[in-house]
Design a protein around this ligand. Structure first.
Ligand code: SF4
Length: 301
C-alpha cells in the first residue's frame, strides 16, 4: 500500500473529552504495525510518536491526516492551550480529518459534561454543529463506541491508496455503514419467528423483543465484519445498543421500549402496521426446534 506521492502521510491523533476507548480498540487491530508503516506518526497519546505533547502544542508542525477522538469541548485545555486553537490549527492544514468514535462524530457519551457547548466535529447528534462546519467535506465520521478497528483500518487504507471514501449524509463511509447491525446476526431465524431470549448470554432467541436490541435500527457492520475477527455483541447474547447512531447514548439501553406491549421502534423501513401484521402471523407458529435449547435438540425435524 503506497500513497499517491509515495511518501508517508503525516498523521496526528488528538483527543478531546474521552475514555481512550477508541485508542484501545485500534490497538486490537491484528495488522496494526503493517498499517502504521504507511504513516509518520507526529503525535498519538499512546503510540510511539515523533513529537511530545508539549512540542505539538507549540502549533508549528503540519499534518496530512488529523484524527480526533472524544467529544469536542472548545474550552478544554491541554497544558494551558485551548482545544479550539489546537483543532483549528491542525485541521486547516490537514487534507483529511477523521472523527474516531461516536463522541467525536456526534457528541456521544461526554456531551453530557457540558451539553450547551460540547459536540462532535461537525454534528451535535444529527444537527449540523461544531468547529469544522466550514471544512466539513474533509471530515469522515467513524462512529461507534468504540469504533471497530477494522473500520478505521479500511478508512486509513483508502486514504493511503488515494481512493475516495464515499460517505452518507452523516459523513459515515457507505461501505461500512449501509448495513444494519442486524444483517448477519446468527439469531435472525429467531427474529423472523418471534422467539425471544429471556436472559443475556443465552445462545437461543432474539434480543429485540425483551432485551432492547437496536440492531434492526442501527447502521453498522458488526455482524459482517466481526470483532476480533470472531464475534459480535449479539453472537455472545448481548443486545446491540445502537452505539453508531447520533442519538447514542439512550436511557434504559437493555430493555425494549413498548406501548401496550408493542415495540415503540420497529425495524428500519418497515411500516409499523405491516410489522405488527407479520408479527401476529409469525407468533401463531410454534417451531419446536426453536423453542428449546439447541444443545438438547437431537434432530432437525
Ligand atoms: S438479536 Fe438483534 S441483531 Fe440478532 S436477530 Fe435479534 S434483533 Fe436482529
Amino acid at each position: 500500500m503506497h500513497s499517491k506521492q509515495d511518501k508517508k502521510l503525516k498523521l496526528l491523533w488528538f483527543q478531546g473529552v474521552t475514555c481512550n476507548g477508541n485508542t484501545h480498540s485500534f490497538l486490537n487491530l491484528p495488522n496494526i504495525e503493517q498499517l502504521l508503516e504507511n504513516f509518520e506518526i507526529l503525535y498519538h497519546p499512546i503510540l510511539p510518536s515523533i513529537y511530545s505533547l508539549e512540542e505539538i502544542l507549540k502549533l508549528e508542525e503540519n499534518c496530512d491526516l488529523f484524527l480526533f477522538e472524544g467529544t469536542y469541548d472548545p474550552l478544554m485545555q491541554h497544558n494551558g492551550v485551548e482545544l479550539s486553537k489546537i483543532v483549528d490549527y491542525y485541521t486547516k492544514h490537514a487534507t483529511h480529518v477523521i472523527s474516531v468514535g461516536t463522541c467525536a462524530s456526534f457528541g456521544g457519551m461526554f456531551k453530557a459534561t457540558a451539553p450547551e457547548r460540547n459536540s462532535g466535529l461537525i454534528f451535535n447528534e444529527e444537527e449540523s454543529f461544531g468547529p469544522l462546519l466550514e471544512q466539513k467535506q474533509k471530515v469522515i465520521n467513524l462512529s461507534g463506541c468504540p469504533v471497530h478497528p477494522e473500520w478505521l483500518s479500511y478508512t486509513l487504507s483508502m486514504i493511503v491508496s488515494d481512493k475516495e471514501v464515499e460517505v452518507d449524509e452523516l459523513h459515515r463511509p457507505i461501505e461500512l455503514y449501509s448495513n444494519l447491525a442486524h444483517h448477519g446476526c446468527t439469531r435472525n431465524e429467531y427474529f423472523e419467528w418471534k422467539v425471544d431470549v429471556d436472559n443475556f448470554g443465552e445462545k437461543e432467541g432474539c434480543l429485540f423483543y425483551k432485551q432492547g436490541c437496536r440492531a434492526p435500527m442501527t447502521h453498522a457492520s458488526c455482524n459482517k465484519i466481526l470483532w476480533n475477527e470472531v464475534s459480535s455483541k449479539t453472537r455472545v447474547g448481548t443486545p446491540c445498543f445502537g452505539c453508531t447512531e447520533p442519538d447514542f447514548p439512550r436511557t434504559d439501553m437493555f430493555s425494549t421500549k413498548t406501548n401496550m406491549s408493542i415495540p415503540q421502534d420497529t425495524p428500519l423501513g418497515v411500516p409499523k402496521r405491516s410489522y405488527l401484521t407479520l408479527t401476529g402471523i409469525a407468533k401463531t407458529f410454534h417451531i419446536k426446534r426453536l423453542e428449546g435449547k439447541l444443545i438438547d435438540y437431537k434432530t432437525t425435524r
